[in-house]
Unconditional design. Sequence first.
Length: 83
Amino acid sequence: MLMPDTSVITRLIARYRAQEHHLLAAPHDEHARRRFEDTAYTLCVLMCERTAREAVLAAERYVHRRIRSGVQPMGERAASGGR
């Protein structure tokens, strides 16, 4: 199964958390709600999960596993000469 690039997932997690905080501060902001839901949906699709909570937790586990194992994203491997 193809898995997404760690840097993409890391950016999505950060965006999700920032939008979550903004939405908690301004719960009636419809534009903020739509952005949050779009980001949550993207995480759900990339992580093959049904809910935003499951998706963000799976994404965080995925990123931490990849970091611990020392696996670099494809772009970083090419930039470092394939090492």
